[in-house]
Design a protein. Structure first.
Length: 439
């Protein structure tokens, strides 16, 4: 049974069979991107070093730096495989968890960095600088690491970085754009952490932002090109305002060369072990095995949340199911409570009202916005009156609506993070009056 199933198992007996299949797909997706299993499969000990993704890297000892929401699981996978080859380690994540005995565990802020994030970055810098000539640095990087590990560029304070992050997260900018901005104002992003290490750096990633290693957690150990023009364009395009934006422009314009860094070609290795498409393919396999007519390849999910809901509902042929993986955006309006997946579920509930269709949206980390829900699941009977549902959407207040309707999906923190998964089910199983109750 998967991570979601462990927390929702006592509800399986009362859920409609068709809805149970969707939640079974959640289980399958999360099992496929279990970080401990992924690292164990990617690493292997070898005489004089280790194998990573089929590549041999020579080293007598390994220092492990794990950063992100999947950091604990990834560090356990390294411990399982490498054993005494690991000399020391640092695990930086969003909640205190039991890690291997060789690891120091630090908790940073998320989604906005805090003092813990700064302490973690200073410890990571110390570790990178202390890696000896007979060692290598094994960086285990996952989504969430951008906020969890932060060292503001010279001329910026933590308050500046917090204000910038808060504005970016509310702006509706895609996460790839947000991370590119973050790279411009940090001493540990865009490969700058790796630049402090004299030895080879092997980076294994569980990605929440697709297949570009330089964007995952803003690339602490992967060099990325940086342009002050693109930063200025982002600050102009999205509602990033105030004195913080002006300070960020000045620091970025003045510091491109000073903070830029390049590693020796061929010295390092960076591999993405899994991303949202990995989870999506597992969901497709599960739904296909249940006898549903599923599009064989998951689609990439992006763009404005409500626009994406309309687009994907229309693109799913009657009688079929489609799986989508990625991340949409919401420009936050007002002080409402919710997250982008809950927002998507309410928007879908309005559109499929009175039909035999279902829609599920969840964050694979188990956290959707500043709430205790991972997302939502709706059917044709969830929204009986579109007017209050629309008012909740307009106020970005999807959580209370779904809670009252019994449509919140709660998994708890999953220990992994490959962004979001949506399932659009137009297979027509079950009457329109059959209620979903999953919370």
């Amino acid at each position: 049974m998967g991570l979601a199933g462990e927390r929702l198992g006592d509800l399986r007996a009362i859920r409609p069979r068709a809805t149970g299949r969707l939640l079974g797909a959640v289980d399958a997706a999360l099992e496929e991107v279990d970080p401990r299993r992924l690292v164990r499969a990617a690493l292997g000990k070898a005489e004089g070093g280790l194998h990573a993704g089929g590549h041999f890297i020579g080293a007598r000892r390994v220092a492990v730096l794990a950063v992100g929401k999947a950091a604990t699981g990834m560090s356990r996978g390294a411990a399982d495989t490498l054993g005494p080859l690991v000399s020391r380690g640092l695990v930086v994540t969003d909640q205190a968890e039991e890690a291997p005995g060789w690891a120091e565990v630090l908790v940073g802020g998320h989604p906005v960095p805090d003092e813990g994030s700064v302490r973690a970055a200073e410890r990571a810098i110390d570790m990178a600088q202390g890696v000896g000539p007979d060692e290598l640095l094994l960086a285990l990087v996952s989504g969430g690491g951008s906020a969890l590990l932060e060292a503001p560029a010279e001329g910026l304070s933590l308050d500046d970085i917090q204000d910038l992050n808060d504005q970016l997260l509310r702006s509706g900018a895609p996460i790839e754009t947000i991370n590119r901005v973050r790279q411009s104002v940090s001493r540990v992003k865009a490969g700058r952490l790796a630049a402090r290490c004299r030895s080879p750096v092997v980076t294994l990633m569980v990605s929440d932002v697709g297949d570009d290693p330089a964007v995952v957690a803003s690339g602490p150990t992967v060099t990325a090109p940086r342009s002050p023009a693109s930063l200025s364009e982002t600050l102009d395009r999205y509602p990033i305002r105030g004195s913080t934006a002006e300070r960020v422009r000045r620091v970025a314009d003045a510091g491109v060369e000073r903070f830029g860094t390049h590693r020796v070609p061929g010295k390092d290795l960076a591999l993405i072990l899994a991303d949202g498409m990995t989870a999506g393919r597992a969901a497709v396999r599960f739904l296909s095995s249940a006898g549903l007519d599923v599009s064989p390849v998951p689609e990439r999910l992006a763009g404005d949340t409500e626009e994406a809901v309309l687009r994907e509902l229309e693109a799913t042929p009657a009688g079929t199911v489609r799986v989508l993986a990625g991340e949409t955006t919401v420009e936050v309006r007002g002080p409402g409570k919710g997250g982008r997946n809950q927002h998507a579920a309410v928007a879908a509930g309005i559109e499929i009202a009175g039909s035999r269709h279902r829609f599920l949206a969840f964050g694979t980390d188990g956290v959707d916005g500043p709430t205790d829900a991972a997302g939502g699941c709706v059917d044709g009977a969830t929204v009986t009156d579109p007017a209050p549902a629309r008012r909740h959407l307009d106020a970005c207040d999807s959580y209370p609506y779904l809670e009252a309707a019994g449509g919140l999906l709660r998994t708890g923190r999953t220990g992994t993070n490959v962004a979001d998964l949506w399932i659009v089910d137009r297979s027509g199983n079950g009457p329109a009056t059959e209620r979903i109750v999953i919370s």
